[in-house]
Design a protein around this ligand. Sequence first.
Ligand code: TYM
Length: 329
Amino acid sequence: VKTILTGIKPTGEIHLGNYMGAIKPALELAQGNDYAPVYFVADYHGLTKQTDAAEFKRLSYGVAATWLALGLDPEQVIFYRQSDVQEIFELNWILSCLSSKGLMNRAHAYKAIVDENRLAGREQDHGVNMGLFNYPILMAADILMFKTEVVPVGKDQIQHIEIARDLAESFNHQYGETFVLPEFIIQEDTAVLPGLDGRKMSKSYGNTIPLFEDPAKLQKHINKIKTDSLPPEAPKDTENSILFMLYKEFATDVEIAEMKERYADGIGWGEVKRDLFEVINRFIEEPREKYKELMASPATIDRILKEGAEKARTISRPFLKEIKDKVGF
Ligand code: TYM
């Protein structure tokens, strides 16, 4: 049985990109008996983008409620808040001392900010806190702590998994075989789900479609998805169509085949958007109610996450001890 692990950080409402890139594949892989799933709320990662305390708390509950509403079974999945598993932070420090600063300078998320600052004529590290700089190391600690073999993520996270592998290798080299080298799993066709403006759907671009939006707002968001100006009767290509990409994630096989034909025959974008709304809304209706119930009962979420953290710590406590022994504490 392979350990499969993934996390989501509470920095905004969970959107369709998070769902299709990470949650959906993670829940599917948790189904069979091939994997031991470990899923968590990456709240310490979320703190790298500070918001006010009440909002941060609400968003953390939101991430947990999303997983549960979509069917995560806490009996089957070790499910916790990252901040409840202290051992991860001790490992984070040990790995930090093993990481060259140069490697972190080249990490995409940090480099993207530096490049942006350069273009805007700002100081190189403007807006960068140390948490953000250390982000990939904490993520490596998340992964390595549970001897994770497989990490289901969107494409934007590939480099982070590679950094975790590098750190595992250097530790193993220096102190002897200890960590498992993780691999990522990417859903090829939704590895990068575009947002309303065609760029990657991302909380930081403000171009997302939140998963549990009320129907009227959901329709509004869908109407805002960028399309070309082909007239309704012109044949359309499903290949590069964001609308179709979304549609096929939520529609039945028969509906997908029909939609393909309608594209080829010529279909108006307004019509596609209406049908897309129908299939997403149909899927989301039940979980959305469940989500609302859970959000109204934070004590239930707390209890589930605390129990999950206890399970996680039956793994992390002895393993951290072994790691510290090897390092010479
Ligand atoms: P976060 O919260 O930024 O993203 C959560 C997951 O959603 C995926 N994702 C997307 N997938 C496809 N298309 C998109 N437009 C899109 N936007 C986001 C991300 O790739 C991610 O899988 N650093 C992680 C959190 C984390 C983590 C970990 C993940 C912390 N520790 C250990 C795995 C293992 C992140 O990006 O969160």
